[in-house]
Design a protein around this ligand. Structure first.
Ligand SMILES: [Zn+2]
Length: 330
């Protein structure tokens, strides 16, 4: 068994060791997430069978090394030359970089929680992109895990044992505070999306946000607290607008009314625009995209939640503190 002191020696002697390990670990988890993204919506086991090619041949371990194998094989299967999507190494690289950031930004406890959060968000975002659904095991499961982690690792919500206090008592206090932060984030996050969704439904007279988004933001709130949840809703909406503009720029050439999605662009002169174009929202708990736009909202909420946790929280928290000051002076 390696002791804590030995780990500290490794960290002091080789400062790059743990960040590099986090990057490699992230690439491996990203590889597993690829399997989850593909198999969970199809109700298949994520454990068996092992990775295999579209032609049925099993992929050997040395052809299944995250990021590297795809590059070495130039995106083609060794057995039959079938192309593999660039999305596989991209998800592995994305997860690896996010894990690296967690390792650089946070202490070990919070870094571990943040990595779980990253994995959950990456998987649910790409499932949402593919199928316009967010499985409950990620959103509700993630919310439960978020609260449990907050209670056991109070540093997740920046709660530390006050210096000079009895360690056991101090930990209990920090744990209760962090648990409260998580539950508050869960309720504020999900309630906010629920109310915005209901309001938009009244105004737009159609479903504007799926219940999957409500549960996902509950989960995000459990990990980042209520300020992070509020930031995620509005940050996510801004990202959604940008994503929609990019989507429109690439889809503009298609004739109006040909797609099932809403086209909020002016029709070219001389054409007859349909008076109303209904968004083709999938049934069930599918998210119909932000305000009827053809972009799934889950990835936007996830990206904003991560931006808050990894980089933006000092500014966002200072902003909320400022509002609090102003309100107190009234
Ligand atoms: Zn093959």
């Amino acid at each position: 068994m390696i002791t804590l002191d030995e780990l500290r020696l490794i960290h002091d002697g080789f400062p790059w060791f743990f960040p590099a390990a986090a990057f490699v670990f992230g690439a491996c988890i990203g590889s597993f997430l690829n399997v989850c993204i593909y198999r969970i919506p199809a109700n298949k086991s994520v454990v068996t069978p092992g990775s295999h090619c579209g032609c049925g041949q099993p992929i050997r371990w040395h052809d299944n090394i995250p990021i590297l194998s795809w590059l070495l094989l130039r995106g083609r299967a060794r057995c039959c030359g079938r192309p593999f999507s660039v999305r596989y190494p991209a998800i592995e690289l994305l997860t690896a970089l996010l894990f690296l950031t967690c390792a650089l930004e946070f202490g070990p406890g919070k870094a571990f929680c943040a990595m779980l959060f990253v994995a959950m968000l990456v998987a649910s975002s790409f499932i949402d992109i593919d199928h316009m659904i967010i499985p409950d095991r990620f959103s509700i499961g993630g919310a439960v895990i978020g609260v449990v982690l907050a209670l056991s690792v109070p540093a997740l919500h920046g709660r530390i044992v006050p210096p000079g206090m009895d360690p056991t008592l101090g930990f209990m206090l920090a744990s209760i505070n962090a648990g409260t932060d998580a539950v508050l984030g869960l309720f504020v996050g999900s309630a906010l999306v629920l109310w915005i969704g209901l309001l938009a439904e009244v105004v737009l007279r159609k479903e504007a946000m799926g219940f999957g988004d409500v549960k996902l933001l509950g989960c995000i709130g459990a990990f980042v607290g209520w300020k992070g949840a509020v930031f995620s809703v509005f940050g996510g909406a801004i990202l959604g607008v940008f994503a929609t503009l990019i989507w429109l720029a690439f889809r503009r050439r298609e004739p109006l009314g040909s797609g099932p999605t809403m086209q909020p662009v002016a029709p070219p002169a001389g054409t007859c625009a349909p008076t109303s174009v209904e968004a083709d929202a999938p049934s069930g708990e599918a998210s119909p995209g932000l305000m009827g736009m053809p972009v799934p909202f889950g990835p936007m909420l996830s990206a904003a939640g991560l931006i808050y946790m990894l980089w933006a929280h000092p500014w966002v928290d200072a902003y909320f503190a400022n509002i609090g000051e102003v309100l107190r002076q009234l």
